[in-house]
Design a binder for this molecule. Structure first.
Ligand code: NAP
Ligand code: HSE
Length: 443
């Protein structure tokens, strides 16, 4: 229990970065100060903030806050108890976070790249120093998914999870499908709305989602963080025709992060995926994110909410801040472990290569419109023990007199499909690169 004087002592916070997330956090902290203090058990006082350019005009009330261009001032400030790292990137952010920890400060971060790449080192340093590093905002923006998996599902064995975990990518796919908008045009809007990463290729090429999946897999299965083992494919090659053909077959294309525990190891993969349109997750649109978790005791649970943006992300940052305040006086050994499992119980399970993954496929081939072509194609699949669920030939010929052949396979070993695709690609009747998108039933 807190001593009486500790209950009233305010907690002093320093923010590194006042951009989309930092600005949103400062605004929410000020607007909801009274309600937040009632929850935290003490006043939360924003003492100082660092930015790159102190002269930039900002849509944030900074009255009474020390503003500096030197982030070291914040992490070394003797009166600051908690540092919010909202700068982004992995080099400076890592140095600042490690410095804050070595100075005995708790840290809250929204930086998934930092946690995915340097989390093992950072959590070890925090554990040694008896401080907390909280990172709810790092995955799925405003959805409290870390807390749900780490605490709410603690009695379960988690079997698999699949999530739309990049708001920018989902916004782009939705606008392209619903409004026929151009990829680059929607990406520019996502940047203007503050959804995209500093380098937006992280969003569209699946790197950001892979950072988040790394974190989710660790807290779901008790693994060390290992970003380098995630298979990553982006959405930049998705064509409008595939979105339309998928819809005709009753599917939506979503950019999914999937972590699945199977007997031989763990699958960790981010790629465009066809999902049956009847699934709730197939209908998660715009900047919204959703994570579907399948666990042995509870069964499937679905978590939905805004995946990016100033105040939705601030909501998660402030929730972490309140959690850290509540745990101030608790024994560090009895706090919720960073990666859900006790540090000495983290196990390094095998992460499977994609060749060992079982999944179904959507394929689109541009083929000559002549007799015998279909027979040759189906023979390639039969030779690789792949069963076909559906074949649709689109009658409209292109300039070369070729037609599109759209196929759905049953589930097969990815390495077998690769052998079949290599053989198909060599057939004279097959023109252009074969389009291949994985299909998951998520049942
Ligand atoms: P942002 O809008 O670009 O803001 C970055 C802030 O950091 C700016 O205020 C910038 O200062 C400051 N900064 C950059 N370099 C600095 C330096 N060397 N010294 C001091 N300050 C520096 O980025 P953001 O979108 O808020 O993202 C911040 C973090 O949150 C990232 O890790 C991101 O992945 C994560 N995140 C973002 C969202 C989202 O929706 N945007 C959601 C979840 C998580 P100036 O203002 O002077 O340029
Ligand atoms: N760029 C990220 C996204 C921000 O679009 O999902 C939230 O992590």
């Amino acid at each position: 229990m807190n001593k009486p004087d500790e209950q009233i002592k305010p907690v002093n916070v320093g923010i590194l970065g006042l951009g989309t997330v930092g600005g949103g956090t400062a605004t929410v902290l000020r607007r909801n100060a009274e309600e937040i203090a009632r929850r935290a058990g003490r006043e939360i006082k924003l003492l100082a903030a660092s930015v790159r350019d102190i002269n930039k005009s900002r849509d944030v009330n900074l009255d009474g806050i020390l503003l500096t261009e030197d982030s070291n001032e914040i992490v070394n400030h003797p009166d600051i108890d908690i540092v919010l790292e909202l700068i982004g990137g992995t080099d400076l952010a890592r140095d600042l976070v490690l410095c804050a920890i070595s100075n005995g400060k708790h840290v809250v971060t929204a930086n998934k790249a930092l946690i995915a790449l340097h989390g093992n080192e950072i959590f070890l340093a925090a554990q040694r120093k008896g401080v907390t590093v909280a990172f709810e905002a790092a995955v799925a923006g405003g959805i409290p998914i870390i807390k749900a998996i780490r605490e709410g599902l603690a009695g379960n064995q988690i079997e698999w999870l699949a999530g739309i975990i990049n708001g920018t990518g989902n916004f782009i796919l939705t606008e392209m499908r619903d409004k026929g908008r151009d990829f680059d045009d929607v990406l520019s809007e996502a940047q203007a709305l503050g959804y995209a990463e500093a380098d937006p290729t992280f969003d569209v090429e699946g790197i950001d989602a892979a950072h988040k999946l790394t974190i989710l897999a660790s807290i779901a299965f008790g693994l060390p963080l290992q970003f380098e083992k995630v298979y990553t494919e982006g959405i930049s090659a998705i064509q409008k025709s595939d979105v339309e053909y998928a819809a005709e077959l009753g599917y939506r294309i979503k950019h999914l992060g999937i972590a699945r525990r199977v007997e031989s190891g763990v699958e960790l993969r981010v790629h465009p995926t066809l999902i049956p349109e009847r699934r709730l997750i197939a209908n998660v649109d715009g900047v919204m994110n959703a994570v579907l978790v399948n666990a042995d005791a509870v069964g499937p649970t679905l978590y939905y909410g805004p995946g990016a943006g100033a105040e939705p992300t601030a909501s998660a940052v402030v929730a972490d801040l309140v959690d850290v305040c509540r745990a101030f006086t608790s024994d560090p050994g009895n706090r919720v472990p960073h990666l859900a499992f006790q540090p000495d119980a983290i196990k390094d399970l095998t992460i499977l290569p994609m060749s060992a993954v079982n999944t179904a496929f959507y394929l689109r081939l541009q083929v000559s419109n002549e007799a015998g072509v279909l027979a040759n194609i189906t023979r390639c699949f039969a030779d690789c023990n792949i069963s076909i669920e559906a074949i649709v030939q689109k009658d409209k010929e292109d300039e070369q007199g070729c037609v599109s052949l759209v196929m759905l396979s049953h589930e097969c070993l990815e390495s077998n499909m690769q052998i079949a695709l290599d053989a198909l690609q060599k057939l004279d009747a097959v023109h252009a690169d074969i389009v291949r998108i994985r299909v998951e039933s998520l049942g």
